[in-house]
Design a protein around this ligand. Structure first.
Ligand code: AMP
Length: 113
């Protein structure tokens, strides 16, 4: 059987982490190594390894991930001050967990990218 991703281990309770949002398709956790005051990962429950592996049938899921991120930004009171949403894909972008996740980063002035 294919090895579980760290996020699947968290979802199944085999690895400890506080799930700060959950619905039938998506969950969210605080990043263990935050790069800013707010750093949340929005993750589909179904493992998709990279954005390259998505297709038209994932469009609702991907859209919903952005809407969940927007709601979490508001909940953390950073919707007006600003935030960044990003997917890292493969090695040049330094993707380390091969189970797609949307980074929500904010709560302070971010460096230009
Ligand atoms: P990426 O580099 O885009 O693949 O991002 C993976 C992210 O997952 C990194 O920001 C890590 O800090 C984060 N991460 C890895 N393991 C855990 C964990 N157990 N709990 C929360 N975040 C994690």
């Amino acid at each position: 059987m294919e090895q579980k991703s760290v996020f699947e281990l968290i979802l199944s309770g085999e690895l400890d982490s506080e799930i700060i949002y959950e619905d039938d398709e998506i969950f969210a956790i605080n990043d263990i190594n935050p790069v800013a005051k707010v750093h949340i990962l929005i993750i589909p429950k179904r493992k998709i390894e990279t954005i390259n592996d998505t297709s038209l049938e994932d469009q609702n899921l991907l859209g919903k991930m952005i809407l969940v991120a927007k709601d979490l930004a508001k909940k953390h009171n950073i919707n007006q001050s600003g935030y960044r949403l990003l997917f890292n894909t493969n090695s040049d972008a330094m993707q380390t967990v091969f189970h797609i996740h949307l980074h929500l980063i904010g709560g302070e002035k971010l460096k230009n990218i």
